[in-house]
Design a protein around this ligand. Structure first.
Ligand code: NAP
Length: 292
């Protein structure tokens, strides 16, 4: 059996095209142009690259982008003041604070300051709390887990009644992914570093979402035949055949798993492109909420 490859790049392009239509319509009607403000604190090159690609995506879709950069020496008060001023700025639809911030900054305090109507990353306690409660809807769903569920639905994978295993319990991926799956009536098991006998737990999964940051950790013989495998991991492996000297791999051994699974996302080109697409979608939604 060879799995159907879920093409995240293509599906992300479709989402982006839909967002571009919403943006163009709003601009035509003279409504608030969806605008994303990013906040970067410090000099991490990976964070700077992520922020730049989010700004580029905004421009490609006709959205506005504001990029705020504070030095690594910025104080808690300075970061909080910047978030407050973006909250008050009517031209800003969504605020994204790039994590991680320098260790002297209390991230939780900063995130909890973001106006819930501008929380396009979906990480504020209010949005996560709503996600966790039956019958309540968050204003924004965190982008990476949102992308995972969107890929499952686009591929036609039944979620209701499925046994789903989420590998990893981070605030940004594992936990919200588990909450979303529960909300869609899957039976969910969340695994982490203390879980005993992972292979046997995973072998029971009709749906596996892997988000642990360990290169090719999940082996093919752990995967239930026909299962849908969503690989969130982004890890680099040394590869002398590449100009960069490395290649990106997921948390799942793709070559092994694709022989057993029914559906699988590649790395790169699976979940990765969906994260930015969902951020763009959330930002357009923020503008719709603030200026219907
Ligand atoms: P994280 O915050 O480091 O959390 C890792 C989780 O994996 C933790 O819950 C940890 O368990 C669990 N874990 C670690 N080693 C394990 C093991 N050997 N067995 C079982 N569980 C284990 O990671 P994250 O931020 O969620 O990111 C996970 C991966 O997704 C990374 O590769 C990251 O680069 C990638 N990512 C990709 C995107 C995207 O857009 N595609 C977005 C975000 C993240 P404990 O809780 O017990 O420590």
């Amino acid at each position: 059996m060879t799995a159907q490859i879920i093409d995240g790049k293509l599906i992300a392009q479709q989402v982006r095209a839909e967002v571009a239509v919403v943006v163009a319509k709003r601009v035509e009607l003279g409504k608030q142009k969806p605008t994303l403000a990013t906040v970067l604190v410090g000099d991490r090159t990976d964070s700077a690259t992520y922020v730049a690609s989010k700004g580029k995506a905004c421009q490609e879709l006709g959205m506005g982008s504001i990029s705020e950069h504070l030095p690594a020496s910025a104080t808690q008060e300075q970061v909080e003041e910047l978030v407050r001023s973006l909250n008050a700025d009517p031209t800003v639809s969504g605020i994204l604070v790039q994590l991680p911030m320098p260790s002297h900054i209390n991230e939780e305090r900063v995130l909890s300051l973001i106006n819930v109507e501008k929380d396009v990353d979906g990480f504020s306690p209010l949005n996560i709390g709503r996600l966790a409660q039956k019958g309540r809807e968050p204003l924004f769903v965190p982008c990476t887990p949102y992308g995972c569920i969107y890929l499952l639905e686009k591929a036609g994978v039944p979620i209701e009644g499925a046994n789903a295993v989420v590998l990893g319990r981070s605030n940004i991926v594992g936990m919200p992914a588990a909450l979303l799956l529960i909300g869609k009536n899957a039976t969910v098991t969340v695994c982490h570093s203390r879980t005993k006998d992972l292979p046997s737990v995973i072998r029971n999964a009709d749906i596996l979402i892997a988000a642990i940051g360990k290169a090719e950790f999940v082996r093919g013989d752990w995967v239930k035949p026909g299962a849908a495998v969503i690989d969130v991991g982004i890890n680099s492996r040394p590869d002398a055949t590449k100009k960069s000297g490395y290649r990106l791999v997921g948390d799942v051994n793709f070559d092994e798993a694709k022989e057993v699974a029914g559906f699988i996302t590649p790395v790169p080109g699976g979940v990765g492109p969906m994260t930015i697409a969902m951020l763009m979608s959330n930002t357009a939604r923020a503008a719709e909420i603030q200026d219907p």
